[in-house]
Design a protein around this ligand. Structure first.
Ligand code: ZN
Length: 139
């Protein structure tokens, strides 16, 4: 089962490559830009995420995939990384994989010459790393 945090990262990564999210109920498409501002997610992205998760991702899916966010939150699915491009992709927990990576229809991808999608810098982890380095240096 994918956690909400994993799904948030999943969407953030694909938004950075220009994939949209469809809210099929009201026929809307969402593509917040920018996704990241400084060391955190942008307000645009957070608003979009709230919209999606307000209905547990019902009828809401990423362009190029068939699984709704609601399905991905069910125990059947998990998020793994694409064998070809390392992007987060939905994977069925047990059984045969029916899924192609949404990267299938991207031209010139994977592409190491453009900035790779990323998560905001996790300041807490970052700080604790600096802290432990400082402590080590002191010894
Ligand atoms: Zn891929």
């Amino acid at each position: 089962m994918a956690s909400q945090q994993q799904l948030k990262t999943y969407l953030a990564y694909w938004f950075q490559l220009g994939k949209k999210v469809f809210l099929s109920k009201d026929g809307k498409e969402l593509l917040p830009q920018p996704v990241i501002r400084g060391d955190r997610y942008s307000q645009e992205f957070e608003d979009c995420w709230q919209k999606i998760i307000a209905h547990q991702g019902q009828d809401c899916y990423l362009e190029g995939t068939e699984q709704t966010i609601e399905e991905l939150l069910s125990p059947t699915w998990t998020i793994t990384s694409c064998a070809r491009c390392n992007m987060p992709v939905p994977m069925i927990e047990l059984g045969i994989q029916p899924v192609d990576c949404p990267c299938n229809d991207l031209d010139e991808w994977p592409n190491s010459e453009i900035p790779q999608p990323r998560s905001p810098i996790n300041t807490v982890v970052h700080l604790s790393k600096i802290q432990s380095r400082l402590q080590r240096d002191r010894v």
